[in-house]
Design a protein around this ligand. Structure first.
Ligand SMILES: *Cc1c(COP(=O)(O)O)cnc(C)c1O
Length: 530
């Protein structure tokens, strides 16, 4: 391997490591797959992308001991070099705008561009949370109308709009439950969390100060109802149910469970991150749910992951609504939307209504305004019928994947009836030595982002695939063909699969080493030939 040339480029690690590659190129790039040194190696002292004034040289005596003694080790690059650096890096990334993103338990769906257009209107994009209310009536109306939709779609009593993600919404819901028990003078310590719930649920319950007890799943992949009912008692504050659950199945017994939990003085928290599978079809309020967060960034599009913040409004039952956090929107008798803060809550919120006995605040301001605008745009542009079709198509697509792949990959709950929005497979049927990781890495060579792997924990070598409603039949067929091909290659013990990916910018890493001892400086490989 050579030292960096004058332009700072080096033959790439990826090319050098890939024994299957044809003779390496002089640049280190391969076609349009462009290699990139670290920005600190590209930078040169004295280069700069902007024209800055000469600094004041006379140091202020009082600040003397705070002044930097060495040059700041920032990389020096020109503006085009900086732009190219990040653009090249971005091309090594995978995004929902490049292809399917089959991560289960995550709902990576296309974010319609109309959402972005509306969110960028200056009346929404340029408002500040400290502006006087009378100058942001439109923004408050967006919050109130979105709240109306969420209440109508869930059949619940009210909604706390401020939580900023799903897990934050879980915390909000549990704080409402705690406040409700406190108001009754009851100190209940235990939160029941079935094995089929999402991992954030036990974490949130522990964070909120509850002792978490888990409830087993049945062989069918659903809550063991008898075990749950047997555990109810005066120490149980409530239960957290993910529905549809993390095995991609609807918890059919949720009404029976909710009735029993209520009879025992507890509350039912529902993790609603998977609401996209049932939106427009089922109202959680009819199932006995007391609190449920909605991930706007999953069910109602809006950018996701690296693309933007989350938003996790929590719908509440009549029993929990009085304890909702401040601030919240309320319509006056004249129909004007008003933001209720601490100082006016006591005066204008009547008796036992929403927020009248608020437990406090979740956030400094009133929530993720940009996400609200996008979610309301998505809801209004789909309409009630369109939202119902979202659920139907998401479930249809997942079942299509399940039934087209179950003969080559073990599908542990294939006999439990149709799945909801995600299809679950296991590596149990692969030959000795072949695992879920090999299938996931093979998908990278096929040009797909891998599915969720090794989750849920109740299934060995789990592969959780959520196609979402935004994938076409043709797109699904291409994904299914790749997944089947990989399963068949593993099935005939194709050893090359164990070192996939072969065609990506980087080969398979030792993931433990990469996580624990990340190499953040570019190093000369030991031997250029290997
Ligand atoms: C994503 C998700 C969460 C957590 O939501 P965040 O917005 O990531 O905090 C909780 N439960 C389930 C089932 C999820 O899919």
């Amino acid at each position: 391997m050579s030292a960096p040339n004058a332009a700072g480029w080096r033959p790439s690690l990826g090319a050098a490591n890939d024994s299957a590659a044809p003779s390496p190129t002089a640049s280190g790039d391969r076609g349009l797959m462009l290699e990139e040194a670290l920005i600190f190696e590209l930078g040169q002292p004295g280069k700069c992308g902007v024209d800055l004034d000469e600094p004041e040289l006379e140091p202020l005596p009082a600040l003397g001991r705070h002044l930097r003694r060495q040059a700041c080790p920032l990389p020096g690059l020109t503006e085009p070099e900086t732009v190219r650096h990040y653009t090249r890096l971005s091309r090594q990334n995978y995004a929902i705008d490049l292809g399917p993103f089959p991560l289960g338990s995550c709902t990576m769906k296309h974010n319609p561009r109309l959402n972005e257009k509306v969110a960028r209107l200056p009346g929404f994009a340029d408002v500040h949370p400290l502006q006087p209310q009378q100058t942001v009536r439109g923004a408050l109306e967006v919050i109130a109308q979105l709240a109306d939709w969420l209440i109508a779609l869930t059949g619940m009593h009210g909604v706390a709009m401020t939580p900023k993600a799903g897990a934050h919404g879980e915390l909000c819901g549990l704080l409402c439950i705690r406040a409700a028990h406190d108001a009754r003078g009851e100190a209940r310590e235990v939160m029941l969390v079935p094995d089929s719930a999402h991992g954030t649920n036990p974490a949130t319950a522990a964070f909120a100060g509850y002792r978490v007890e888990s409830i087993a799943a049945t062989a069918e992949g659903r809550i063991d109802v008898a075990a749950l009912l047997a555990r109810l008692g005066p120490d149980v504050a409530g239960v957290m149910i993910t529905n549809p659950n993390t095995c991609g199945l609807f918890e059919r017994d949720i009404k029976e469970i909710a009735d029993a939990v209520h009879a025992a003085g507890g509350y039912v928290y529902c993790d609603g991150a998977n609401f996209n599978a049932i939106v427009g079809k089922v109202r959680p309020g009819d199932l006995g749910v007391d609190a449920m967060h909605i991930n706007l960034h999953k069910t109602f599009s809006t950018p996701h992951g690296g693309g933007g913040p989350g938003s996790g409004p929590v719908v509440l039952s009549e029993a929990l609504a009085p304890f909702a956090p401040l601030p919240f929107t309320m319509r006056t008798a004249e129909g004007v939307t008003h933001l209720v803060e601490e100082e006016d809550a006591a005066a204008i919120v009547p008796g036992e209504s929403f927020g009248s006995r608020s437990f406090g605040r979740m956030t400094a301001f009133h929530g993720q305004m940009g996400m609200f605008t996008r979610a309301l745009t998505y809801i209004l542009s789909h309409g009630a019928d369109g939202l119902r079709q979202v659920a139907e198509d998401a479930v249809l697509n997942a079942n299509y994947v399940l039934r087209r792949v179950e003969d080559v990959l073990v599908a542990p709950f294939a006999a439990s009836g149709p799945c909801m929005h995600e299809a679950l497979f296991s590596d149990a049927g692969l030959p000795e030595g072949f695992t879920t990781l090999d299938i996931a890495k093979g998908l990278i060579d096929e040009g797909f982002h891998p599915m969720t792997v090794y989750f849920p924990l109740v299934v060995r070598g789990a592969m959780l695939v959520e196609p979402t409603e935004t994938e076409s039949r043709a797109g699904l067929d291409r994904f299914i063909a790749s997944l089947r091909s990989l399963a068949e290659r593993a099935g005939r013990s194709d050893e090359s699969l164990k070192s996939a990916p072969h065609l990506a910018p980087r080969r398979r890493l030792d993931e433990t080493q990469a996580a624990r001892k990340p190499v953040l400086v570019w190093r000369e490989p030991a031997s250029a030939a290997d």
